[in-house]
Design a binder for this molecule. Structure first.
Ligand code: BGC
Length: 928
């Protein structure tokens, strides 16, 4: 609830709520300014950080008292107090003043803690057991998870207990029979050769006086995909603080004991197999005899980073995990259970696409009964699972061998499968599982949802929801391309175009900041960046010094996107030197400012992606009817990258660099016009080519008008179907709008025949496909990506890549928020907001609510003939520009917080208002 006096709410440290444990010596603090006075702004703030709750309550900021700072800033407030030692508990609060001088009361108390900052804080050793793989499928070795344990006594009254935990692989710690935390795939994904993270848990409540047991299970995870030959390692340091002021430590070392458990294997791609007959009852309690367990090996060997990388440490750094881990998002009930082979095989439709696995409740199984689970994106017409496109991952299976207990519950812990359908064989009851026997466990990176999108088109609502399903399914430690086949990589190109959409849908600030460390780590000394990260096991050759345009451009464009969205200036500062190196490197790969096939990426790997997956796309796309030519696509993205670098330089005050990079942009633009444009507009006027030229500001004046017409003609020719690749697709709707034809943008997004977004949804998709033609439901054969179409053939199956869950084409979500809802940032972090919806009669109404870094923004409209009602609410401490479509000013009736709203003129068929934070209703008559 807003208060009479202003107050700071939603306090965050390192962009996370809750008690964050950070390794940063000057963590970023933030809050939202709240006031019930319309138009209130923050005039000043004061932050106190104290070493104890009691001190903070007494307003004693012994760590930091910022004093009263005259500033409206609420984002990226960097701690600037005393140096904080390892383990320091920090209690903080903030007081704000508004523009009338009204002093607020103190906010609620928030907390953060310092992690272990130096190597000398670590007493524990990396331990493990090195075993032969259980099985090998092609190049995948499947190892059994390793169990490690130790007992210890607590003789004094405990004040607190903290566990610092890490692994080479994935771990799960347990204390006295209970799981520590509820995170998955810890300690997170990095290039293990450069850094490993540790997680921190308060485990006080799990310990007791007397004898205690601690155990950890470690599985392969990303360390074994692609494979690095087992050798998983566990690291744990349990620090005990006693009430008498003394302390003690329980650390992984040679005194622990290890054994294999009931799992035969656990592999990120290939699933998990558990033989419950071999369960080690009580291994994580004190009621257990471990005398036959083995002495573990010690030491860590994640391999050496490639020598030409910018960051090549002597050994991997061990750092506090900087984000919120993967957790359960929700549990799903099966929508349908079909018996496919009576009594033997059942296929479950889980209702929507998600990433995770299923939990089984099994009753009355024979001891030794094998239940097998396989997962898929689609089903065949006969109801059987279709997953031929998963390449190596087609061999995946989760297996459970029953113990024979009257009731058993099981779910895998060390694997994940993107899927909608689950095949079950070996179920003990020939009638098959019931709805309550199988629960879908959806996991994703923890990130609060921030958006609600609803409009008058059920198809568009479903599309937006499907984009969300796809995002959650693919946000697992990195924005991965897909969650099911043998890939699951943080491909830069896909991630770059999808980032704005993702950031509208969820609070992903810390997620991206974590992943951006991996991006930085992928830079080569020559200035080039990789094309995916983390690349800990070399999914892509480390020796490749250039991920190429679009992909490697992420190093420049993503920091800007994060700044624009969250107002996080630090990210620009951290990247700046790397950006300058990259910009100069890219220049060297061009001739006359356009791509040169003898230089850079093409000379090394001969692999160009161009406008990837346009309907008629192959590696050379110059003959495409729909997509952008590879050279045009690269020139457009390169130009955009130079322009973004210039904006970043200007923002950081590097004026000369800004002018130089702007010059690079102009040079590319000039060459672009010389090479690809003639007196008719684009020489090769495909949808993709025209859209990129317009959206990336590469054509001006009369040429721009010609290209706009070409784009519209092209769409008209294709009856508003879209067939560009993933990199031109996000440019299409903004380009049509900038050409003055939002109605035509709506014609494209509302299209429901092949190829279009609506076609996917009409075909029953609840996720975004990899290709427009991932499935051809309209053809009599209803084929799933007809073999022989498109690039990337798998040598074994002879099939091209295909996936029902790929975020890239979902990048249209950004347009839906910014043009249907009309919400976008005019200043970084939404300190200034533009509300400019494009009402369309076919859609009739829309309501979008977005929880921005500054607070909640709402934009809603209904259009009835030419009568338009717009409702807008913006948070305190912001400014807004509100564009109300109207014939003229007299036709606009305004109600709400009028005192802080000003009409500033008519522009582009809209009455434009400037506003401070408040709620407004506009009734207008539009010219249409
Ligand atoms: C991924 C893409 C990615 C591409 C690069 C594919 O296998 O799934 O989305 O951008 O590789 O070629």
């Amino acid at each position: 609830m807003a208060k009479k006096h202003p107050v700071a709410v939603a306090l965050s440290c390192e962009h996370l709520d809750g008690c964050v444990v950070t390794g940063k010596t000057c963590p970023q603090l933030g809050w939202q300014f709240q006031s019930e006075l319309p138009g209130a702004i923050q005039a000043a703030y004061r932050v106190l950080v104290a070493s104890s709750d009691a001190r903070l309550a007494a307003d004693d900021g012994d760590f930091w008292d910022s004093g009263m700072v005259q500033s409206g800033d609420t984002i990226d407030i960097r701690y600037a107090g005393k140096a904080l030692p390892s383990r320091a508990g920090c209690f903080w609060k903030v007081k704000v003043w508004d523009g009338t001088g009204s002093e607020g009361s103190w906010s609620e108390t928030a907390q953060f803690r310092m992690g272990l900052l130096s190597e000398s804080d670590w007493q524990s050793k990396w331990i493990g057991l090195d075993k032969e793989p259980y099985a090998q499928i092609r190049y995948a070795q499947m190892f059994a998870p390793v169990y490690l344990r130790k007992e210890f006594a607590i003789g004094k009254e405990l004040e607190s207990a903290t566990l610092y935990a890490s692994a080479l692989g994935w771990y799960e710690f347990r204390i006295n029979g209970q799981r520590v935390g509820h995170d998955y795939f810890t300690p997170g994904w990095t290039d293990y050769r450069i850094r490993l993270y540790y997680n921190t848990y308060d485990v006080t409540a799990l310990l007791k006086q007397g004898q205690n047991a601690i155990g950890g299970v470690v599985a392969g995870g990303w360390h074994n995909w692609p494979d690095r030959g087992g050798k998983m390692r566990l690291l744990g340091q349990l620090e005990l603080q006693f009430k008498d002021g003394s302390s003690a430590l329980v650390a992984t070392d040679g005194s622990w004991r290890g054994a294999l458990g009931p799992e035969r294997y656990a592999h990120l791609l290939l699933g998990e197999s558990c033989d419950m007959r071999k369960a080690i009852q009580g291994w994580d309690t004190t009621d257990f005899d471990a005398s036959k367990w083995e002495v573990p090996v010690e030491g860590l060997d994640p391999g050496k980073p490639f020598a030409s990388k910018v960051n090549v440490p002597a050994k991997p750094a061990l750092e506090a995990y900087p984000s919120a881990p993967v957790r359960v998002y929700r549990e799903r009930k099966p929508a349908a259970i079909k018996s496919v082979v009576p009594g033997e095989m059942f296929v479950l439709d889980m209702g929507a696409y998600y990433t995770g696995f299923v939990r089984l409740k099994i009753k009355g199984a024979q001891r030794g009964q094998l239940i097998r689970l396989r997962y898929g994106d689609w089903i065949n017409k006969d109801g059987t699972l279709f997953n031929a496109y998963l390449r190596l991952a087609v061999n995946m299976a989760d297996e459970y061998i029953c113990s024979g207990a009257p009731e058993e519950t099981w779910e895998p812990r060390f694997t994940f499968h993107g899927h909608r359908y689950v095949e079950i064989t070996g179920w003990p009851d020939p009638k098959g599982p019931s709805e309550s026997d199988v629960v879908g466990i959806e996991i994703t990176q923890y990130a609060p949802d921030t958006i609600s999108f609803a409009c008058g088109s059920p198809m568009l609502n479903k599309l937006f929801e499907s984009i969300g399903n796809t995002r959650r399914a693919c946000f697992i430690e990195a924005p991965i391309d897909c969650p099911q086949r043998d890939e699951r990589q943080g491909w830069f190109g896909d991630a770059l175009i999808f980032a704005n959409t993702a950031n509208y849908q969820a609070q992903l600030h810390s997620f991206y900041r974590k992943w951006m460390v991996e991006i930085l780590d992928s830079q080569h000394k020559g200035g080039g960046f990789a094309r995916l990260a983390p690349n800990n096991n070399g999914y892509w050759p480390d020796s490749d010094p250039d991920g190429g345009p679009i992909y490697a451009d992420i190093s420049v464009v993503l920091p800007w996107k994060i700044y624009r969205h969250y107002g996080d200036r630090e990210v620009l500062q951290i990247f700046y030197q790397a950006i300058c190196r990259y910009v100069e490197f890219r220049k060297t790969t061009l001739s006359n400012w356009l791509r040169d096939e003898s230089k850079g990426i093409i000379a090394i790997t001969n692999e160009w992606y161009g406008d990837w997956l346009a309907i008629d796309h192959f590696f050379t796309a110059e003959t495409s009817e729909w997509g952008a030519d590879t050279s045009i696509c690269y020139a457009a993205y390169t130009a955009k990258m130079f322009m973004t670098a210039s904006k970043i330089a200007a923002e950081l005050g590097h004026k000369d660099d800004a002018a130089q990079f702007q010059g690079y942009f102009e040079n590319v633009k000039q060459s672009f016009n010389q090479a690809y444009v003639d007196e008719h507009g684009m020489k090769h006027p495909t949808q993709g080519n025209c859209a990129l030229a317009l959206a990336f500001q590469l054509v001006d004046g009369a040429v721009r008008a010609l290209v706009s017409k070409q784009l519209r003609d092209e769409f008209r020719k294709h009856d508003w179907n879209i067939g560009t690749g993933i990199f031109a697709a996000p440019a299409v709707l903004p380009a049509l709008c900038s050409a003055g034809h939002p109605d035509e943008a709506y014609s494209v997004i509302l299209k429901e025949t092949y190829p279009s977004w609506g076609y996917m949804i009409k075909s029953g998709a609840a996720s975004i496909w990899e290709r427009w033609y991932s499935r051809r439901t309209e053809l009599p054969e209803d084929e799933i990506c007809p073999p022989g179409r498109g690039p990337c053939f798998d040598k074994n199956t002879k099939l091209g890549n295909n996936s029902a869950c790929h975020p890239a084409l979902g990048a249209v979500g950004e347009w839906m928020v910014e043009y249907i809802g009309g919400i976008s940032p005019l200043e970084p972090g939404f300190k200034k907001i533009r509300i400019k919806p494009l009402p369309d009669a076919r859609v009739g109404l829309a309501e979008v609510t977005y929880l921005s870094p500054m607070g909640k923004i709402r934009s809603a409209w209904t259009l009835d003939g030419s009568r338009l009602r717009m409702e807008v609410a913006t948070p305190a401490n912001t400014k807004a520009e509100i564009w109300v479509p109207a014939k003229n000013q007299e036709d606009v009736q305004v109600s709400g917080d009028k005192a802080v709203l000003h009409f500033s003129g008519m522009q582009d068929g809209c009455a434009v208002f400037t506003a401070l934070g408040g709620s407004y209703v506009f009734d207008s008559v539009t010219s249409s």
